[in-house]
Design a protein around this ligand. Structure first.
Ligand SMILES: [Zn+2]
Length: 89
């Protein structure tokens, strides 16, 4: 996902709502801003939030998304059910 954005006169930038939803970011969430030495600016949540339930504890990064242990388990169970359901049509 990539979008063209302009800095405000104060140097701030808006993060598109789709990206915020995607990563489970809430207003006033603290963020870490860093550079990678190649001219890129990297922005990431200070305390990652689960993209499904919004929890901030036991959150892990899975394929670029933040998911809590509880939701990861639910996703696994849901996938198992879907796979099990394939045989029945
Ligand atoms: Zn969760």
């Amino acid at each position: 996902m990539e979008q063209y954005k302009k800095l405000s006169s104060h140097g701030s930038i808006n993060i598109p709502v789709a990206m915020r939803r995607d990563l489970g970011l809430e207003p006033k969430d603290p963020m870490i801003v860093s550079t990678n030495g190649e001219g890129d600016i990297i922005l990431k949540p200070y305390v990652p939030r689960c993209m499904y339930c919004g929890r901030q504890d036991q959150v892990h990064k899975v394929f670029g998304r933040y998911v809590c242990a509880g939701c990861a388990k639910k996703v696994c169970e849901a996938l198992e059910k879907m796979n099990g359901g394939e045989a029945n049509g």
